[in-house]
Design a protein around this ligand. Sequence first.
Ligand SMILES: Cc1cc2nc3c(=O)[nH]c(=O)nc-3n(C[C@H](O)[C@H](O)[C@H](O)COP(=O)(O)OP(=O)(O)OC[C@H]3O[C@@H](n4cnc5c(N)ncnc54)[C@H](O)[C@@H]3O)c2cc1C
Length: 304
Amino acid sequence: MYDLIIIGGSAAGCSAAIYAARRNLNFLLITADWGGEVARSGWVCNYLGFDRISGFELANIFKKQAIENKSKICENTTVEKINIINNIFEIIEKSDTEPKKWQAKSIILATGSQPRKLNLPGENELRGKGVSYCSTCDGPLYRNKRVIVIGGGNAGMESALMLKDICEKVYLIEVTDVLRGEKIYMEKIAKEKKIVLMLKTKPLKIIGENKVESIEVEINNKKQTIKTDGIFIHVGTVPNSDMAPKEIAKDKFGYISTNKLCETNLPGFYAVGDVADLPFKQISIAVGQGTTALLSVAKYLESK
Ligand SMILES: Cc1cc2nc3c(=O)[nH]c(=O)nc-3n(C[C@H](O)[C@H](O)[C@H](O)COP(=O)(O)OP(=O)(O)OC[C@H]3O[C@@H](n4cnc5c(N)ncnc54)[C@H](O)[C@@H]3O)c2cc1C
């Protein structure tokens, strides 16, 4: 049995692994891939220590550091379920054949989240080539360009307000007839000349050869094509938290409820980074949370 199993091999999980290795804990890191959303982040220009680095390269550095610190690793492995049996965690692999099982006294869940997709034709193919789910990260790439934001909630409105300072023009598309969110954002949007609000507009498909060129939408039952350089989709995120024990507390969106020590309602079970109920999702935050959780785990194990 392990003292600790870390699930997730990206910012939060690798950070926890480096600290666990340096504390000589008997631990295992299980991960489906290396780098998760970091590896898919395009250019990262806001992570301390690097002026500009590709997310893929940064993810490789995280992996290298975790391996060089002699972490015990089980890669290319997806966890399907975590059960609690007599205060011990049982981790079960997702497998069509005989699934592997492990046991641990404590868990750090660092499985991240994924952007909710619209599943439009062209969306997946042009992701990272004009289709983005993160305006904070990719907005600066569209200086003086024309962009579209899809989603009339707080995230979409925030994104449009941020992008209007960078881009030539921002179209904010919402499928219903109202924006949903904070009044202050709605008032700002209404006053802002660079933002064109398009309500009752249904996105149909994203068009482009090697990069986004336009989007087809439906307005009043009529199809229309809008030329654009970038499309920012903000229709929510989905946490990768289904495998957590059924007893765990989550918020209404499925993010795992945590306190500032990254503890959950289950003793010995910690959740960090994008899978936790944090207000902000960034690499530096996930890295810091991995550290916090590991230090909390070390205290927890000492107290046993
Ligand atoms: C397009 C885009 C651009 C971004 N740009 C930036 C940026 O410029 N700067 C910035 O700070 N942030 C950026 N972000 C946000 C940043 O990527 C996340 O905050 C960060 O990746 C969170 O790290 P994490 O370790 O919590 O999760 P993730 O990076 O999502 O990693 C999750 C890990 O868990 C593993 N995993 C998931 N499920 C399972 C399972 N069932 N079993 C085993 N392993 C599993 C995955 O394989 C992966 O290794 C961007 C996000 C996106 C989507």
